[in-house]
Structure formats: structure tokens, C-alpha cells
Design a protein around this ligand. Structure first.
Ligand code: PLP
Length: 427
């Protein structure tokens, strides 16, 4: 059945649409932290869809809200008032920490970043953007144009002029072995140096923890230090929270809060987990920035009643059940457990991350050379054992990514760690 589907998939889908496994998986349903394939095999989902299943698969509270909303109306367009949309915007504006915040809903993280770039460049009247090396911001023409991870940026023809800053990656690159303070100082010097040779960019866009880049980040405080340099020059700071928001990092509700000395960013973008799989993205910005567009700019499917109902139910569940606290506690245990395993596997260069956003960097033993083949082998072995993981990182795919739904239990963390241990040991 699945083999037949693969042939049909290949016949009508783009060649570049990646499939993870040698024998592709056809997922049919899910419950809690587990999903099932068409052959009836059950898997523990350590990738939460693709960080989209934030609370749990088939969460009854979200399912109920969606089906009740579907029975009333699915979508009536932003030309009319829409109560679920305004209510979700109110909650996100308040949670964002951004003063006088305005929220614009889109359908994806890409569209959210596109909108943030449109706002920043219009507000600042500059088409120059600062972005981080190894970053990923989406697949539209402008989002790939500023993406720093070469594996995911298939265009160099962007009309935006992008300057890339060091800071997202600490295991590789020129500042790899520096202390936190020296690392930050070196990155700030790099930023100042870049700014010395150019007209002022409109904004810096950065993921607080790089997602596709392999769950890697600079030290806490890096963006606060960057912010000082940017603020002096009137350059905006956009935090791309598409992977990091909603408590995933455990210690904080947003990734930017690890750099809180700076205060909130000028804009933040979100997507992935808020809809628990329903397509919701958006931008939060100070009013003066959001309102710099003077034309009516709508996103036809942004803010539909059905997605907003899902977002409201999902957010309520997440907060009422303190899933951020759960991510901190269970993620902390998992990190410790994986570090203990990794100490015995020569391919593992580093186990890193916080909350339920953990990266395992694989290199050829005894070298700094990224090892995508080892990451693929672990992915396959884990699947055999009943565990789904993510990949990402240097040279495209040398890191394993662990990002389960935030309701992961201690027993499930232990179950997944045991499968991952076997998979790593099989290298
Ligand atoms: N920004 C970040 C940090 C992401 O990780 C992604 C997707 O992985 C995007 C933006 C693009 O989001 P989407 O795939 O919803 O368009």
C-alpha cells in the first residue's frame, strides 16, 4: 500500500520534496505522543509532527473546539469581525511582552517572516537585512533569500541585501572554543565590523535557538549584546520564534527571554505549535511598525475561525497544564540521560539544548567533520525501534533533533531515550 503511494507521490510531487526514510512512512493517525503508520506500527513521536504538535496528537480539547467551530463556520474572511481571531490576538499580544503590540495572522512561518521583512523594510526604508549564519526562515523568495543555512537557501537572487552575522553556532566556526563572554564579545565585534562597511540595515532577524540549523544557539545574553549595537543605530530586532515559542525551551515562554536584559524584540514571528497542527502563523510588532503599511494587506486564510478556535483551545491547554514547566522538567531529565549515553558513543560531539528542544551533533569520531550519514543511520535505527526523530544542522543534516509534544511524560522520555541509546550504539 505504502509502496504504491510512494510511486504515485514521485509521479506528481516535486523531486526536491524531502522524505526522511529509506522506506517512507505513511502516517495515518496519532494519539498523545504516539503516531501510527499504514501498516499499524506505533511510534513515539520525538519530533512532534515537525514541532507542530505542541501539546499532543488528537488532543480532545482541540478536537472538540475545531469540530464545534466547523459546525458553525470555518472561514468568513478578515473583511468581517471575527471573535476567535480577536481573542487569540489579545492573548498573544499580552504574552509577547511587546508594548502596544499588534498581531497579524498568517498561514505559515514563512508568510509570517515575509510579513516581518515587508514591515521592517518599509518602516526603515532600507532593503538591507542582517541575518545569522546557519539560520532558516522559510521557503518564500524573500525568506530563502535571507536564510543563512546553505542547505536550505536555493536562491541567491533575492532583492534583499543580506549580511550574515556569527553567533548561532558554537560547536563549529571561528569562535568554537571561546568562553561565553568571549564568544559574545567576538560576535559583537563581527556585527560592528559588518555595520561599519554598509548603510544601516532595516533589521536583524534571528532564531533564539536555530531550529533547522540543528537546535544550536549562542550563549544566553547574545541578543541582548547585539541589541545594544542595533539600538544605537536604529536597527530593528526580529525574533523568529517559529520553533522556540510557547514554552518549548522550558525556562522561558519565548526564546528571546533568554536574552531578556535587552527587553522584548521589536517584532516576533510565530507559527508551528500554536495551532497544534492547524496552519497558524503570525507577526507581533509594536503598533507604529505594524501600522507603517498604509494599504489594506490581507492574508485570505490568515485568522480563519477554524484555525483560531484550535489556537485558543491549544493555548489554554498549554497554559492551564503548565506544559512549559513540564518541558523544563522532563526535558532536563532527558538531556541528562542523553548526555550520559553520548559520553559512550564516539560519534556524538555534543548533546545540547533546553526544554524539549534537544540537539545531538554527530561528527566523524575524533574529528570536527559533520557526519550526515551517521545521523541518517541513527534515524533509521530509531524508526526500527519505534521512535521518530528529526534531523538538521551542519552540512544540512548532521544533527539529530528531539522535539516531542510538550506533554511528554517521564516514562515516555525514558522509553524514547532507551530506543535512541540503542540506535546511537549501533553506529
Ligand atoms: N522560521 C523558522 C525558524 C522555521 O524553523 C521555519 C520552518 O521550519 C520557518 C520559519 C518556516 O515556517 P513554515 O514552514 O511554516 O513556512
Amino acid at each position: 500500500m505504502t509502496k504504491d503511494l510512494l510511486g504515485r507521490h514521485r509521479a506528481v510531487m516535486p523531486d526536491w520534496l524531502a522524505l526522511y526514510y529509506e522506506e517512507p512512512l505513511e502516517i495515518t493517525h496519532g494519539e498523545g505522543r504516539h503516531v501510527w503508520d499504514a501498516e499499524g506500527n506505533r511510534y513515539l513521536d520525538f519530533f512532534g509532527g515537525i514541532l507542530t504538535t505542541m501539546t499532543a496528537h488528537a488532543l480532545p480539547e482541540v478536537t472538540k473546539a475545531v469540530s464545534e467551530q466547523a459546525g458553525r463556520i470555518v472561514h468568513s474572511s478578515t473583511l468581517y469581525l471575527n471573535r476567535p481571531m480577536v481573542e487569540l490576538a489579545e492573548r498573544i499580544a499580552h504574552l509577547s511582552g511587546i508594548p502596544d503590540a499588534r498581531v497579524f495572522f498568517t498561514t505559515s512561518g514563512t508568510e509570517a517572516n515575509d510579513t516581518a521583512l515587508l514591515l521592517a523594510t518599509t518602516y526603515k526604508q532600507s532593503n538591507s537585512i542582517l541575518a545569522m549564519r546557519n539560520s532558516y526562515h522559510g521557503r518564500s523568495f524573500s525568506a530563502v533569500g535571507i536564510t543563512g543555512n546553505r542547505g536550505w537557501s536555493p536562491t541567491s537572487l533575492s532583492p534583499l541585501q543580506t549580511l550574515y552575522v556569527h553567533g548561532g553556532v558554537r560547536t563549529r566556526g571561528p569562535y568554537a572554543d571561546l568562553s561565553d563572554d568571549d564568544f559574545i564579545a567576538a560576535c559583537v565585534d563581527d556585527l560592528k565590523d559588518l555595520l561599519g562597511h554598509t548603510r544601516p540595515p532595516a533589521a536583524l532577524i534571528a532564531e533564539p535557538v536555530q531550529g533547522v540549523g540543528g537546535f544550536t544557539s549562542g550563549p544566553d545574553g547574545l541578543y541582548a549584546a547585539f541589541r545594544e549595537v542595533l539600538a544605537e543605530r536604529g536597527i530593528l530586532w526580529i525574533a523568529d520564534e517559529v520553533q522556540t515559542g510557547w514554552g518549548r525551551t522550558g525556562d522561558h515562554f519565548w526564546g528571546w527571554q533568554a536574552h531578556a536584559r535587552s527587553g522584548p524584540p521589536d517584532m516576533l514571528t510565530f507559527a508551528k505549535g500554536i495551532g497544534n497542527g492547524m496552519s497558524i502563523g503570525g507577526v507581533v510588532a509594536r503598533a507604529e511598525i505594524m501600522n507603517c503599511l498604509d494599504s489594506n494587506s490581507i492574508s485570505t486564510f490568515g485568522g480563519t475561525q477554524i484555525t483560531m478556535a484550535a489556537g485558543l483551545a491549544n493555548l489554554s491547554y498549554l497554559i492551564e497544564h503548565d506544559l512549559q514547566g513540564n518541558a523544563r522538567r522532563v526535558g532536563g531529565l532527558l538531556l541528562e540521560r542523553l548526555r550520559a549515553v553520548a559520553a559512550q558513543v564516539p560519534h556524538v560531539r555534543e548533546v545540547r539544548g533546553r526544554g524539549l528542544m534537544l540537539g545531538i551533533e554527530l561528527t566523524r569520531p575524533g574529528t570536527d567533520e559533520a557526519d550526515p550519514a551517521a545521523a541518517s543511520a541513527v534515524l533509521e535505527a530509531a524508526r526500527e525501534g519505534g521512535l521518530l526523530l528529526g534531523k538538521g544542522g551542519g552540512h544540512n543534516t548532521s544533527a539529530l533533533r528531539v522535539a516531542p509534544p510538550l506533554s511528554l511524560t517521564v516514562a515516555e522520555a525514558e522509553e524514547g531515550a532507551a530506543i535512541l541509546e540503542n540506535a546511537l550504539r549501533s553506529l
